[in-house]
Design a protein around this ligand. Structure first.
Ligand SMILES: *[C@@H]1O[C@H](CO)[C@@H](O)[C@H](O)[C@H]1NC(C)=O
Ligand SMILES: *[C@@H]1O[C@H](CO)[C@@H](O)[C@H](O)[C@H]1NC(C)=O
Ligand SMILES: *[C@@H]1O[C@H](CO)[C@@H](O)[C@H](O)[C@H]1NC(C)=O
Ligand SMILES: *[C@@H]1O[C@H](CO)[C@@H](O)[C@H](O)[C@H]1NC(C)=O
Ligand SMILES: CC(=O)N[C@H]1CO[C@H](CO)[C@@H](O)[C@@H]1O
Length: 475
């Protein structure tokens, strides 16, 4: 597949990992498997009259499975094409527990789209609620296919759901809505709380950068804002982003480029060159442009065009994930990464209006996120579930949308280190490029990460052993 590896990363895309793995090619060991399988999925789980179906892609990996009774890990794929099952820390856990790993692709993304044309009308079945029901149906389908393989009926293996980022939220919500279908859940950097004006994102970027780097980033923001007013063509050209006609799209692209480094545990890549430029009195905007071009555009393979609202309007794009995730943002979860009123790192022009205008421009009148209803449905941080382990990385701007306080049956762990970011428990440090088995040795505190991994394994062990096998009758 062509295109970016990190496109629209701070929209929360967890797919950096998958893309990085894909880009590696050849080696094969970056994926446990890439063998596609298919099931027939129901298009609308909530309509009594619409019985249409679509093809949903999935992957299975049985090499470590202690057959026939061993656990099954349902690794949830989120807001990106799902090209296989990555060989990250979950592989270590699967080996340890003798687990099978199965991964269905999220509806609409990658090869699992019910429609060729992604018009707003056709996107109406794209929601977390439909996706959760897909997972439940898949879980039953897969259990039955495994039973058929072992020539048995009514048997239920112990299941455990796992996800990172948006799929981390799905993992927690799956345990909430379908507790009879899983023994427990791991919600790694799981954004279980939909947030409308997500100012905490930018605040965390500033904190993760530290005072010196933050001050330089703020100075650059000021300079770019000025240059946009006087000569927007040349400042955009400096960043190879002249295609972005809308200043908001351009500023969002610039903000994301820096945020990505903190989110994925690589803060030096932006802070070192900028602090050096500041010390040697070099042109700061030029220094930032160099970083954006070398790191974000080239290394992370993020084309500026993926921020272009004109591109997002395309209903048959080469890479659909940006449009699809924006639809979920604009209809369900918002996470508008706006500038805080004071002391922001990003431009103050990235505000609520910018996001609402984008939603209307790209998807049409009437598409805006009802965050209140989303949190009413799932509970936000007051999610009333059990047997969910939540993990977060200290430098990750997304952790403020997760549940960072433990409560009964739902332990929450924070991994603290200078490069602990999004999904560090499964991905190690930095979180991109991809590390086989989520190597934690380059985390600034491997002990902090390994301690949380031990807790995950402990809870998995306990909850799998406590798992009530629901009787086959009645399901
Ligand atoms: C499957 O089970 C049935 C009923 O016990 C038995 O007759 C049949 O031989 C089994 N088939 C295989 C392939 O084990
Ligand atoms: C889409 O892919 C085709 C063929 O790979 C390419 O020629 C075209 O430029 C791409 N379009 C965009 C908008 O990236
Ligand atoms: C979000 O911020 C805007 C101002 O930027 C304000 O008008 C709006 O009321 C806020 N919405 C919520 C839900 O906090
Ligand atoms: C860890 O860091 C060292 C020193 O910077 C480097 O040589 C090594 O390749 C890194 N290991 C991984 C797995 O990234
Ligand atoms: C269990 C744990 O480490 N909880 C911490 C998570 O992070 C918040 C701060 O954001 C702390 O207050 C909690 O103690």
């Amino acid at each position: 597949m062509m295109g970016s590896r990190a496109r629209l990363v701070s929209l929360l895309l967890a797919f950096l990992l998958a893309r990085a793995a894909e880009a590696g090619g050849g080696s094969g060991s970056r994926y446990l498997t890439k063998d596609e399988r298919w099931m027939n999925q129901r298009l609308d789980h909530f309509s009594p009259t619409d019985h249409r179906r679509f093809k949903q892609r999935y992957f299975e990996f049985l090499d470590y499975h202690r057959a026939p009774g061993g656990p099954i890990f349902l690794r949830i794929c989120g807001e990106s094409a799902c090209g296989g099952i990555p060989n990250d820390y979950l592989a270590v856990l699967a080996k340890k527990f003798g687990a099978a790993v199965v991964t269905p692709e999220h509806r609409y993304y990658g090869k699992s789209s019910p429609f060729k044309r992604l018009t707003t009308e056709n996107l109406r079945f794209l929601s977390s609620k439909q996706a959760l029901f897909d997972l439940a149906v898949f879980r039953q389908y897969y259990q039955e296919s495994l039973n058929a393989r072992y020539n048995r009926t009514g048997f239920d293996n112990p299941w455990f759901v796992i996800g990172v980022s948006y799929s981390g939220a799905l993992s927690a919500w799956f345990r909430l809505k379908f507790p009879h279908l899983t023994c427990g859940s791991l919600a790694s950097s799981g954004v279980v709380r939909a947030v409308y004006n997500y100012t905490a994102f930018d605040k965390q970027v500033g904190e993760s950068a530290g005072p010196e780097c933050k001050a330089v980033l703020q100075e650059i923001t000021k300079l770019v804002d000025e240059q946009l007013r006087t000569d927007s063509r040349s400042v955009k050209a400096l960043f190879s982003a002249q295609a972005l006609k809308n200043d908001g799209d351009f500023l969002f692209f610039l903000a994301d480029a820096a945020a990505t480094t903190f989110q994925y545990g690589d803060p030096d890549s932006v802070c070192s060159p900028l602090i050096n430029a500041k010390k040697s009195r070099k042109n700061l905007v030029e220094a930032y442009a160099q970083f954006v071009k070398d790191y974000y555009i080239k290394e992370m393979e993020t084309p500026p065009s993926s921020y272009d609202q004109e591109y997002l309007k395309d209903t048959t794009p080469n890479d659909s994930s940006s449009r699809l995730w924006w639809f979920q943002v604009c209809s369900e979860v918002a996470f508008f990464q706006i500038a805080p009123k004071t002391d922001s790192v990003r431009s103050a022009r990235i505000d609520t209006r910018y996001h609402l205008d984008l939603c209307r421009n790209v998807f049409g009148e009437g598409v805006y996120p009802d965050v209140f209803m989303t949190n009413l449905y799932y509970g936000g941080t007051r999610i009333a579930a059990s047997k969910i382990v939540l993990t977060n990385g200290s430098q990750d701007p997304w952790r403020h949308a997760s549940k960072q306080k433990s409560s009964k049956g739902m332990p929450s762990y924070l991994m603290k280190c200078s490069n602990c970011g999004h999904g560090t428990d499964l991905r190690g440090c930095p979180q991109s490029p991809f590390r086989i088995e989520g190597d934690s040795s380059n985390c600034s505190s491997p002990a902090a990460v390994n301690a949380v991994r031990e807790q995950i394994a402990k809870h998995m062990d306990l909850w799998l052993s406590q798992c009530q096998k629901p009787s086959a009758s009645g399901v």
